[in-house]
Design a protein around this ligand. Structure first.
Ligand code: ZN
Length: 344
């Protein structure tokens, strides 16, 4: 399959020789922007509405950025929802973006995580309703979709968001921080749940496509049985099921097939954070640490970073500065509070 060529078929320095076609000159080794080779679609249900939705990804020109397009809405000028930190309007259960006209799209985070991991900069993403399909509750189906579409390197430099100063937010037992780093994005995440099947879990890693693919992409979203029941009673989470979430009842995993990774819960939280941090549409150079941090907290953290112009800088970077860790540069730990039982 042609999509297996993850890093595009042009060497990174190719654009430098391309001056006769009015293409900007880019220094050898500079990280270049990427889009996909061909349009591609998937269909699934929205986790909150329970309604089917089709997502179609289209290649886009350099410097377009990532744009959701609500193709079910009539007014053409009001359909586009560019991905930016400021357009995140709701991060309670999932990440929702809205434009000035009020058009919304929610549950974007797992798709965003896959885009961050692959370093896709430019896409127009058609969606025919207010929710991105939940698929299996992980980022793996989106990773597969992007793999099938293939990637193209574009003759324009990527610009990374470099963290220059520590930024920290606190909310009771929850905290999240960003620290400067020389290269790449490293992530550490800790969770601590009363449910004994989850317990205390942590993971730390340097983000790369291979780490994401091997250690994170398949981690599914999860919920506690009582929360799921409460949501269903309130008419929310209507598309949620054991097909697209891990559901836990104290020390019992209700999914018949159990977990995909021993620390699937914290891996999923880290996956969510990767998507949340990519809402700027730029690769981030820094160190992130989250303790029980939600989508909403991650968005507040990104807003706090961007609100201080001395805390960050946009810069043209080399592939090396974006960091490509070895595939095994991943650690996870799980202290279960009781032996986990599978669903009877
Ligand atoms: Zn998630």
């Amino acid at each position: 399959m042609d999509g297996l060529n993850w890093w595009g078929d042009e060497p990174a320095g190719e654009a430098q020789t391309d001056t006769d076609r009015d293409v900007p000159v880019v220094a050898l080794g500079t990280a270049l922007q990427r889009t996909i080779k061909t349009p591609i679609s998937c269909t699934g249900v929205g986790v909150h509405s329970g309604r089917p939705a089709t997502l179609t990804l289209h290649p886009a020109a350099p410097d377009t950025g990532l744009i959701f397009r609500r193709v079910d809405l009539d007014a053409e000028t009001d359909r586009d929802i560019p991905v930016t930190v400021e357009r995140v309007v709701d991060g309670r259960l999932c990440t929702t973006l809205a434009n000035d006209a009020g058009a919304r799209v929610s549950t974007v985070e797992h798709l965003m995580a896959a885009l961050a991991a692959l370093g896709i900069d430019n896409l127009v993403m058609d969606i025919d309703g207010p929710e991105i399909p939940i698929m299996d509750g992980s980022a793996a189906p989106f990773l597969f979709l992007l793999e099938c579409a293939g990637q193209t390197v574009q003759p324009a430099p990527r610009r990374a968001l470099r963290v220059l100063k520590p930024v920290h937010i606190n909310d009771g037992p929850v905290s999240a921080s960003l620290m400067p780093a020389e290269r790449g994005l490293s992530i550490s995440f800790d969770i601590d749940f009363k449910a004994r099947a989850i317990g205390r879990q942590s993971c730390r890693f340097s983000l790369s496509e291979s780490v994401f693919r091997r250690h994170l992409a398949r981690a599914r979203t999860f919920g506690l049985r009582e929360e799921v029941e409460r949501m269903h009673a309130a008419g929310l989470g209507l598309g949620g099921s054991l097909e697209n979430a891990v559901v836990v009842d104290d020390d019992v995993i209700l999914n018949e097939d159990g977990l995909r990774y021993e620390e699937e819960f914290v891996r999923h939280k880290a996956l969510d954070a990767i998507g949340d941090l990519y809402m700027s549409g730029r690769p981030l150079i820094g160190r992130y640490h989250g303790v029980r941090s939600s989508h909403a907290h991650n968005n507040i953290l990104m807003r706090a970073l961007l609100a201080d112009p001395t805390a960050w800088r946009l810069e043209t970077v080399s592939e090396d500065q974006l960091g490509q860790a070895a595939p095994d540069a991943f650690q996870a730990r799980h202290e279960a509070l009781a032996p986990t039982r599978a669903c009877a």
